[in-house]
Design a protein around this ligand. Structure first.
Ligand code: PDD
Length: 291
């Protein structure tokens, strides 16, 4: 099976899919993206992803290339053509192609690309063991709530983590307060059993998984506090975990040299992960691809 990509109105062979060298995404990282999970052929929290996509575009004054309804039609077709049952859908929109000039070009249509591929989530062994993270200064810009393709600091952070045998980073501001991870949101469980994650604002991406997990936790009667916490607090926490579209809810068992709890995934984290999996299994709506 050869993969297929949607590029500006056409479905093309993935291997040959290309955008122009003067696409502003390429030259200025002037664009935004979404990563949506596909679980058993259904999109996960698609509406939330489209709402965030529309917000990111509007913050950057890039027009929607088509309605959310039309995006869904393209998304479904991309997933179907790539035979994705469990995997991810990637959507990217840039300000389009124009002669290089910092100023926003007039009358330039935004460029839309969608791809989909099979494979989702960490291995069962990683889920069982949990992961190590490292603490790193957060050197990103001041509008991390916009899901821009400008991911260089995130990529560098992830690379540094990898070099130290870690899976992720807990990024922190100069005062030692954790923002989030390089591609996920950060959480802790206090000694008192309170679930804590940083409130929404310009400092973090408003994760769709984060939003879903808050709902799940509240429904389960788990106390949730949206407040900032420091790296030191995190190191002393009972449990730590991270959330993202691709990792769902993943236990963190070590920060730098500090082992969290007994070094194994914590009970509440496991419970929340189980409930998230249950939420996935109960998704409703049309199945896009069912092999
Ligand atoms: N990353 N924070 C950052 C910086 C992210 O890049 C992501 C997602 C998240 C979690 O958001 P969500 O729950 O909506 O996936 C938080 C995606 C998966 C990525 O870049 O691959």
């Amino acid at each position: 099976m050869s993969r297929v990509a949607y590029v500006n109105g056409r479905y093309v062979r993935h291997a040959e899919a290309a955008v122009h060298i003067e696409d502003r995404g390429y030259q200025f990282s002037d664009g935004i993206y979404e990563v949506t999970a596909i679980w058993k052929g259904r999109p996960v929290d698609l509406e939330g992803h489209w709402i965030r996509l529309e917000r990111s575009l509007s913050e950057l004054e890039i027009p929607m290339p088509m309605s959310a309804k039309a995006l869904t039609v393209v998304a479904r077709e991309t997933v179907r053509r790539n035979l994705v049952r469990n995997g991810i859908l990637y959507t990217q929109i840039t300000r389009g192609v124009a002669p290089r000039n910092h100023l926003f070009p007039a009358n330039t249509p935004p460029a839309l690309v969608m791809t989909a591929r099979s494979g989702l989530g960490p291995s069962a062994a990683v889920i069982e063991k949990g992961v190590k993270v490292i603490g790193l200064p957060d050197i990103r810009w001041g509008r991390r709530d916009i899901k821009t393709v400008s991911l260089l600091p995130n990529a560098i952070a992830k690379q540094r983590a990898h070099e130290q045998g870690a899976a992720e980073t807990f990024l922190y501001t100069p005062d030692g307060v954790v923002t989030e991870c390089s591609s996920s949101n950060a959480w802790m469980v206090t000694k008192e059993g309170v679930l804590v994650t940083r409130p929404l604002g310009h400092d973090i991406l408003g994760g769709i998984t984060r939003q879903r997990l808050i709902l799940i936790a509240k429904e389960a009667g788990v106390p949730v506090e949206e407040r900032p916490f420091t790296l030191e607090e995190a190191k002393a926490a009972r449990e730590l975990f991270l959330t993202s579209t691709t990792n769902f809810c993943l236990s963190v068992v070590q920060i730098d040299e500090t082992v969290i709890g007994n070094g194994h995934p914590g009970g509440l984290t496991r419970e929340l992960r189980a409930q998230y999996m249950e939420f996935l299994d109960k998704l409703e709506g049309p199945v896009w691809y069912d092999h």
